[in-house]
Design a protein around this ligand. Structure first.
Ligand SMILES: Cc1cc2nc3c(=O)[nH]c(=O)nc-3n(C[C@H](O)[C@H](O)[C@H](O)COP(=O)(O)OP(=O)(O)OC[C@H]3O[C@@H](n4cnc5c(N)ncnc54)[C@H](O)[C@@H]3O)c2cc1C
Length: 244
């Protein structure tokens, strides 16, 4: 009991706890979760950053047997004093998907402060975004933060039209129509077809790990962009648990 009290104090110092005040579908398989509270109100963040959510109780020794199942990372969809995440309910259904499915209004949620360097490069002349459903959450925040006159080329592949998210810019959505998201030939082909200005911009590649790798190779090897112009962040991989 005493150990749990000390643990709770340490945890409070390094994390934030909010209360679920909203849960609603933002697309067919994606739930928007809103967290509010005194600790949530004071956060600072940059579009593209993420939080590490305690999807099971870190202080419960039963959960220590599966340490890889305690934390899952989610991009910040929106922050206005309340924090909004979008959680995918994927078919394999790991602890993150289960957590999102079982969340209730009024439930406390503990998470780490916003972190990460997968953010907009303000000096870039234009911005390319490529990925699938999970990447679309971070891209949604980044597109909303871009000045209206800054050119953006979003390339997003989702399961079908029902999986589209509401985004700040027009998106030429691509549909998998039953094909797996891993190593997506559809996204790679779309990236190859993309007509871009001659000079490199900034490319943001996120989502399934192998697709991110293929897209990264395309921008660096096929288009000859410098490595520092290509920002990639694998979010998940088939068969792997909790990639971050
Ligand atoms: C920086 C970062 C930002 C992220 N942002 C988001 C976000 O905004 N929204 C979001 O939903 N997720 C996001 N993720 C992914 C998220 O952290 C989890 O990996 C994801 O929710 C799956 O967790 P899980 O516990 O359900 O499955 P895990 O235990 O992690 O994985 C179990 C298995 O499920 C399958 N799987 C996992 N994810 C998917 C998927 N997306 N589609 C199909 N099959 C899958 C794989 O086969 C995997 O082996 C992000 C990850 C990172 C690193």
């Amino acid at each position: 009991m005493r150990t749990r009290r000390i643990g709770a104090r340490v945890l409070n110092a390094i994390s934030v706890t909010g209360t679920v005040t909203g849960i609603e579908p933002v697309a067919a398989h994606l739930r928007r979760v809103r967290l509010e509270g005194d600790e949530v109100r004071g956060l600072t963040w940059t579009a593209g950053q993420q939080v590490r959510v305690h999807v099971s109780d870190l202080l419960d020794p039963h959960n220590w047997r599966r340490p890889r199942d305690i934390l899952r990372t989610y991009s910040i969809w929106r922050y206005d004093g309340g924090l909004e995440l979008c959680v995918l309910d994927h078919d394999t259904g790991g602890p993150g998907a289960r957590w999102g499915r079982e969340l209730q209004h009024g439930q406390p949620v503990t998470f780490g402060r916003p972190e990460g360097s997968f953010v907009l490069q303000p000096e870039a002349p234009y911005h390319v975004f490529a990925g699938e459903e999970t990447a679309a959450v971070a891209f949604g925040a980044m597109l909303a933060a871009l000045p209206a006159d800054t050119p953006a080329y979003p390339l997003l592949e989702v399961g079908g039209p029902e999986d589209r998210l509401p985004l700040a810019r027009e998106v030429p959505w691509l549909y998998r129509d039953g094909r797996p998201a891993a190593a997506s030939a559809g996204l790679l082909e779309a990236a190859r077809r993309l007509e871009l200005p001659r000079e490199p911009g900034a490319a943001y590649l996120a989502g399934e790990a192998r697709t991110v790798q293929l897209l990264r190779r395309h921008f660096i090897s096929e288009r000859g962009w410098p490595r520092q112009a290509v920002h990639s962040k694998p979010f998940w991989a088939p068969g792997k648990r909790g990639l971050d």
